[in-house]
Design a protein around this ligand. Structure first.
Ligand code: PLP
Length: 404
């Protein structure tokens, strides 16, 4: 008989969202008329913008002509798109051939784990996007799950809470081979300052660790003093990889387009360049991002596309301000929502799941229990600003009725 990958058995209760969906189904069975408002998932809701949508359609139509047809492209992506990302997004901080275009930041995070293999140890912000931990567990980079403490043995959790301004004390933090760092952070909405990222890079250089910097929400940063890329930090090219995406920037959650930057200076312990192995992985198990999506990406990075993208981002950030304002008026302590589309709310004297149940049962509002993102998320809920305006407004009214 074929044996199950034992690492999969270590994953607890599956991914967070299937459990939330199970509860939604259960409620609808009990009360089919319930008008549930989802403030849980980070899925975009606004339609694609006209200029970008036209570029996608135009290229799809071109593919239906003999002259315009193209099959497989370069696994690393269209040269024009790699160049545009290097030039307009990074303003020359990275080179086009260091940019690897892909079908998603989540997929790239999974493939990056292949790059380092089962022997690598890793540190994560606690709480963090569950894919870092779950992916590492599947890869065999952890021990077993400790039910009572809600963490996996062998993984270094760096608590990032309001008490430490969402940044660990690196003087006392244990190191690991890999450091996953997400800024602006999902779920807390905390965006790291330049000083914090300088400290992080210094730490990685001292411990010869590699930072996997997830910048999927970088375009949501409103404060111009906050870095949008780890490569804005001096010395990062020797210690960091950056993952980024068109998903939250341009509403490409369904279109699928992302990229990863691996600088040429980044090397393994033995001096081998990481970029060579990344190229090998991408050319072996990936066959290039959709050519239609890549033309949409090119449009998104143009001046007109960027103006449209800013409109989308402003819309979601207005949602975030509405949610945060409502909760704060009701005396709930909140963070995030300023440079990220997530509001991180603390509920004293109750667990995340108890708080979740309260809003779900009493107001039919779905949130995400903070503990699902790591042990330090206990007692918090994440409110997502991705949603239709009328839903957000209605959710705020329900919150006012419930908490007043
Ligand atoms: N990184 C973070 C921090 C996310 O929150 C998400 C999606 O929610 C992703 C990556 C996934 O991005 P993509 O749609 O490009 O796979």
């Amino acid at each position: 008989m074929t044996r199950r990958n034992p690492n999969l058995a270590k994953l607890q209760g599956g991914y967070l969202f299937p459990e939330i969906n199970r509860r939604k189904m259960e409620l609808l069975e009990r009360d089919p008329a319930a008008k549930i408002i989802g403030m849980d998932v980070g899925n975009t809701t606004q339609p694609l913008t006209p200029f970008i949508a036209a570029a996608l359609s135009r290229y799809a139509a071109e593919l239906s002509t003999p002259e315009g047809y193209s099959g497989y492209g370069h696994e690393q992506g269209l040269n024009a798109l790699r160049e545009e990302i290097a030039k307009s997004y990074y303003r020359g901080l990275v080179a086009a051939d260091e940019v690897f275009v892909s079908d998603g930041a989540k997929c790239d995070i999974g493939r990056l784990q292949l790059l380092f293999g089962a022997g690598a140890t890793f540190a994560v912000q606690d709480p963090s996007y569950p894919v870092y931990v779950d992916g590492g567990v599947i890869m065999g980079q952890s021990g077993d799950f400790k039910e009572e403490l809600r963490y996996f043995d062998g993984i270094t959790y760096w608590p990032c809470t309001p008490e430490n301004n969402f940044f660990p004390d690196l003087q006392t933090s244990p190191a690991a081979d890999l450091i996953y760092w997400c800024s602006p952070n999902n779920p807390t909405g905390a965006a790291s300052t330049k000083l914090q990222l300088q400290e992080l890079v210094k730490f990685a250089r001292t411990h010869r660790a590699i930072i996997i910097f997830d910048a999927a929400y970088a375009m949501y940063i409103q404060d111009p003093a906050l870095p949008r890329s780890i490569f804005e930090i001096e010395g990062a090219r020797e210690v960091a990889i950056e993952v980024n995406s068109f998903s939250k920037m341009a509403g490409f959650t369904g279109v699928r387009l992302a990229w990863t930057v691996v600088p040429r200076e980044l090397c393994f312990e033995g001096g081998e360049p990481v970029i060579t192995d990344w190229n090998r992985i991408m050319t072996t198990i990936f066959n290039g991002a959709s050519n239609i999506a890549q033309h949409g990406g090119l449009a998104a990075l143009s001046d007109t596309g960027q103006a449209e993208v800013q409109g989308l981002i402003s819309f979601y950030m207005e949602n975030a301000a509405l949610i945060k304002g409502t909760l704060e008026d009701l005396g709930v302590q909140c963070w995030g929502g300023k440079n990220a589309p997530y509001v991180w709310a603390r509920f004293e004297n109750c667990s995340s799941w108890q708080a979740f149940e309260h809003f779900f049962e009493k107001a039919h509002i779905v949130t995400t229990p903070g503990v699902g993102f790591g042990p330090s998320g206990e007692g918090f809920l994440r409110f997502s600003a991705f949603g239709q305006r009328h839903d957000v407004e209605q959710a705020c009214e329900r919150l006012q009725k419930l908490l007043r």
